[in-house]
Design a protein around this ligand. Structure first.
Ligand code: ME8
Length: 508
C-alpha cells in the first residue's frame, strides 16, 4: 500500500430509486472524514458510486419501460447532482457498468476460483428481491423478509457457490485480532454470533435474469449482485492493474448502513481471503433514520428528499444536523422541529451571532482591523481558561474523529463555541476602557473564530470558508494543515475584516 494514504468508501447506491436522506447521511459522514484526513496531510481516495446490476434494477427498468442501462444512466445523474449540491468531495465515482469494474470483477472471480472456492450446485430457497438476499425459512419473519417486511419468492436454480463455510474460523480469528475491524461494538457482536452459528456456502450466480456480468466461461450465469457490487471497492483502487505498493487498497474504512453489514463484514472479507487480498481496515455500520417517528417508505409517502432539505434550510445546515443529531452508529429520527431547533439554537444563535458580534466590534472599535494582541492586564484568567480549552481540543477532536465519533467531535467543538460566547459576556468589550485589554479581547474573538472554522470545516465546508473570508485571512481552509492551524496565535493582526451577511439565517 502507498504511504500516508487514506482510502474510504460509501456503499454504492442502487439506481432503482432516487437518492434520499439515508444515502445523503452516509455520504456526508464519509465526506466529513475525507475532508478531515486531507487536512491532516493524508493523500485521500474517497470513492462513492452506483450499483447498477441485478434483478432489482432490471425489474425497476422494466416497470419504467426502459432498458436497465437507460434507467441507470438516468438515475446516476441524480446521485451525481446530489453529491455536488451537498458539497461532497469524492475523488472518484464508480458505476458497476464501467469497464474497469467488470475487469476487477472477472479478475477476483478467477482468483477465487483458483483457490478452489467456487463450485456448481443447485440453489433453492426464499428470495427477497428488494433486498437481493436469499433467506432460509428460519430467517423469515411471519413468512416475509425480516429486513423490509415484503413478500419473498421461492427460487430454485443452478448456481455457482462460494465456499463461505470454509472461512468461519478465519473470520472469527481476524475479528478477534483486530478489535477495530467491525464498529460499533454491538454490531461486531451481532456479526460474531452470526458467524458462530455456522456459515452456509453462498450462491454467487443467477440464471433467472441477465442484467449482470456473465460468469467467465459460463455466460448462462450472471454474477450475484453482491459479489459484483462489493468488488467496486477494489476496482476503485485500480485492481488488478495497479501494483500493490502503488495501490490505495486495502481500504482504510468502508462506511455503510447497518442494513448491509453482513455483506461487508462476512462475505466481503471471505471473498478477499479467498482471492489472497488484504482486508479493509475497518467497517463502520451507522444507524438508521426514521422520519418524524416512522419508518421511511415510499408507501407512507414520507421519504425525505435531500435536494429539498438543502434548498429550504441550506446545505451546511443539513450536513450539520445529520452529524450532530445522533451519535454515529445509533439510530436517529429526522424531524423538522429538531432540524429547525438546531439551526436557530446552535448555528444562528451560538455561532452565527458570535461571528457577527465579534466582527461588528472590530469594525466599531478598531476600524475593522484585527488588533495586535497585547498582554492582558486584568483578564488573564478569562483568556487563560479559553486558551486552555483551545489547547485541549485538538487531542479530543482527533480522538473522536479517529473513532468516527462525529457527534462527539461536534459537541466538544460546540462547547468551545459556547465558552467563547460566555467569554464575550464576561469580557464585555463594550464597557472596556483600557485600549490594550480591548485589543486583546477583540483579537481573542477573531482568533477563536479562525480556529473554530478549522474544526467545523469538515462538517460545514462552505460556512467555514466564509468565516475565513470574513476574517480576511486571504487563504482557503482547504489545503491547510490542521495540526499547525489549530495552534493559538495564527491570525495576523492588521487584517481588514469583511463582515458579510449572517452566516446562518434563522428559520421559522
Ligand atoms: O444497499 N437511514 O444500496 P442502497 C440511514 N447497493 N441510512 C440509510 C437509510 C436510512 N433510512 N436508507 C438507506 C445498497 N441508507 C447496495 C450497497 S455496497 C457494495 C452495495 C443508506 O441504495 C445506508 O448507507 O439500498 C445503506 O447502507 C445504504 O443507504 C443502502 O443503499
Amino acid at each position: 500500500m502507498a504511504e500516508n494514504t487514506f482510502y474510504l468508501t460509501t456503499p454504492i447506491y442502487y439506481v432503482n430509486d432516487l437518492p434520499h436522506i439515508g444515502h445523503a447521511y452516509t455520504t456526508v459522514a464519509t465526506d466529513a472524514l475525507a475532508r478531515y484526513k486531507r487536512l491532516k496531510g493524508y493523500e485521500v481516495l474517497f470513492l462513492t458510486g452506483t450499483d447498477e446490476h441485478g434483478q432489482k434494477v432490471e425489474k425497476a427498468a422494466t416497470e419504467a419501460g426502459l432498458k436497465p442501462i437507460e434507467l441507470a444512466d438516468k438515475v446516476v445523474v441524480r446521485f451525481q447532482e446530489l453529491w455536488k449540491r451537498l458539497n461532497i468531495s469524492n475523488d472518484d465515482f464508480i458505476r458497476t457498468t464501467e469497464k474497469r469494474h467488470k475487469r476487477a470483477l472477472i479478475s477476483i472471480w478467477e482468483e477465487v476460483e483458483k483457490s478452489g472456492d467456487i463450485y456448481l450446485g443447485e440453489y433453492e430457497d426464499w428470495y427477497c428481491t428488494p433486498c437481493e438476499t436469499f433467506l432460509t425459512a428460519s430467517q423469515l419473519s411471519q413468512g416475509k423478509c425480516p429486513d423490509c417486511g415484503r413478500t419473498v419468492e421461492r427460487l430454485r436454480e443452478a448456481s455457482y457457490f462460494f465456499r463461505l463455510s470454509k472461512y468461519g474460523d478465519r473470520l472469527i480469528e481476524h475479528i478477534e485480532k483486530n478489535p477495530e475491524f467491525i464498529r460499533p461494538e454491538n454490531r461486531k457482536n451481532e456479526i460474531v454470533s452470526f458467524i458462530k452459528e455456522g456459515l452456509r456456502d453462498l450462491s454467487i450466480s443467477r440464471t433467472t435474469f441477465s442484467w449482470g456480468i456473465p460468469v467467465p466461461d459460463d455466460p448462462s450465469h450472471v454474477m450475484y449482485v453482491w459479489f459484483d457490487a462489493l468488488t467496486n471497492y477494489l476496482a476503485g483502487a485500480g485492481y488488478p492493474d495497479v501494483e500493490e505498493e502503488e495501490s490505495f487498497w486495502p481500504a482504510d474504512v468502508h462506511i455503510i448502513g447497518k442494513d448491509i453489514l453482513r455483506f461487508h463484514a462476512v462475505y466481503w472479507p471471505a471473498f478477499l481471503m479467498s482471492a489472497g487480498l488484504p482486508l479493509p481496515g475497518k467497517i463502520f455500520a451507522h444507524g438508521w433514520w426514521t422520519v418524524e417517528g416512522s419508518k421511511m417508505s415510499k408507501s407512507l409517502g414520507n421519504v425525505v428528499d435531500p435536494f429539498q432539505v438543502a434548498a429550504e434550510f441550506g446545505v451546511d445546515q443539513f450536513r450539520y444536523f445529520l452529524l450532530r443529531e445522533v451519535p454515529f452508529g445509533a439510530d436517529g429520527d429526522f424531524s423538522l422541529a429538531q432540524l429547525k431547533g438546531r439551526i436557530n439554537g446552535e448555528l444562528a444563535n451560538d455561532l452565527g451571532n458570535l461571528l457577527s458580534r465579534s466582527l461588528s466590534m472590530i469594525e466599531k472599535y478598531r476600524e475593522g482591523l484585527v488588533p495586535e494582541p497585547a498582554e492582558a492586564k486584568d483578564r488573564t484568567e478569562l483568556e487563560g481558561r479559553l486558551k486552555t480549552l483551545f489547547a485541549e481540543l485538538p487531542g479530543r477532536f482527533d480522538g473522536s474523529m479517529g473513532e468516527l465519533n462525529f457527534y462527539k467531535a461536534l459537541s466538544d467543538t460546540w462547547r468551545l463555541v459556547r465558552e467563547m460566547n460566555g467569554y464575550v459576556e464576561k469580557a464585555a468589550p463594550w464597557k472596556e476602557k483600557d485600549p490594550e485589554t480591548l485589543s486583546n479581547v477583540l483579537y481573542t474573538l477573531a482568533e477563536g473564530l479562525r480556529i473554530m472554522a478549522l474544526y467545523l470545516y469538515c462538517f460545514m465546508p462552505e460556512s467555514s470558508e466564509k468565516i475565513w473570508a470574513q476574517l480576511a485571512i486571504g487563504e482557503k481552509i482547504e489545503g491547510k494543515d490542521f495540526d499547525s492551524g489549530v495552534n493559538w496565535g495564527g491570525l495576523s493582526p492588521g487584517l481588514k475584516i469583511k463582515k458579510g451577511a449572517p452566516l446562518f439565517p434563522r428559520v421559522e
